[in-house]
Design a protein around this ligand. Structure first.
Ligand SMILES: [Zn+2]
Length: 293
């Protein structure tokens, strides 16, 4: 089986659920065409798994986007999970030595923040923002959940240049007949924290759950495949051109026979020429999101 899959589980009789995910091929496609320093690749891998895990807890017809921005050497990182659990991601960084030597998130992002956005195909968008501080993305996301009105949620993430993996636990409102035993959630999260990165990346879900929770009755559901997918299109990529404004775009198109826009996520190339100018400069060009290409 491809390592790129995620699996849900529940603790029988307790209002707690979990998700696990591991990606390898998806990561290779995200890293393709980019030379990311090791620490950037780790952040990107962890963010991709986090987006998959968080998205899997929601019934969202649309996409979930995690975006980190800061004034440090890793200035931007963005990952997106669509409603089918497909992922894409990108990072922008300088050549700063801190990218290979530093420690802690601030040595990467400087003063930065992470936004968690839900972009439904219909209905209102939601965005939560949290400061990027501490030692890991998981810590930042945990802190976001701890301070917000969301369900208690914890994440454990790990990534290297070839594989990324993670686990999420979430406490649900109890069903009739269920109750939350005092200390049970803490007991589960304390055990989860003993999971080693190498175990998360290499062991099947059954073994991880047995290793952590052999005293619990757990129901493990069938796995879902995870894959790379970029929803870019000729229309969406045109936004880079339409943002120039009618005047500059017309001048640019008059200077050269065609203008090409490359998708930074997947490398797709979209070329536009004089025959496209009419729709590019019309009011209703570039439909869709104002944020994502
Ligand atoms: Zn693309």
């Amino acid at each position: 089986m491809s390592p790129d899959h995620g699996q849900r589980f529940i603790f029988d009789g307790h209002p707690v659920r979990g998700q696990m995910a591991c990606i390898e091929d998806t990561l290779a496609q995200v890293f393709d065409r980019h030379q990311y320093p090791a620490r950037v690749a780790e952040q990107l891998g962890e963010a991709l798994v986090a987006a998959w895990l968080l998205g899997d807890t929601l019934k969202l017809d649309g996409s979930l986007v995690l975006q980190a921005k800061g004034d440090g050497p890793l200035s931007m990182l963005m990952v997106e999970r669509d409603s089918q659990g497909r992922l894409r991601g990108i990072a922008k960084h300088s050549d700063d030595a801190a990218l290979t030597q530093g420690e802690g998130l601030q040595s990467l992002y400087g003063a930065g923040h992470l936004s968690i956005s839900l972009l439904p195909n219909r209905g209102e968008r939601y965005q939560g923002i949290v400061t990027l501080e501490g030692n890991s993305l998981a810590e930042v996301i945990d802190g976001y959940f701890a301070r917000s009105e969301q369900l208690p949620t914890r994440l454990w993430l790990t990534a290297d240049g070839t594989r990324a993996a993670g686990m999420l636990l979430q406490q649900l409102p109890p069903n009739p007949g269920e109750h939350i035993e005092p200390g049970y959630w803490e007991h589960l999260t304390t055990l989860a924290a003993t999971l080693k990165p190498i175990e998360m990346k290499t062991l099947p879900a059954e073994q991880i759950l047995h290793r952590l929770y052999h005293e619990e009755t757990i129901k493990l559901f069938d796995g879902h495949d995870i894959a790379f997918h970029c929803p870019c299109s000729r229309e969406r990529s045109a936004r880079a051109l339409t943002s120039l404004g009618v005047e500059d775009l017309t001048a640019l198109m008059n200077e050269q026979p065609s203008v090409s826009v490359d998708c930074e996520f997947c490398g797709a190339k979209y070329a536009y020429d004089q025959t496209d100018l009419a729709w590019l400069t019309s009011d209703n060009s570039a439909p869709g999101s104002d944020q994502l290409q």
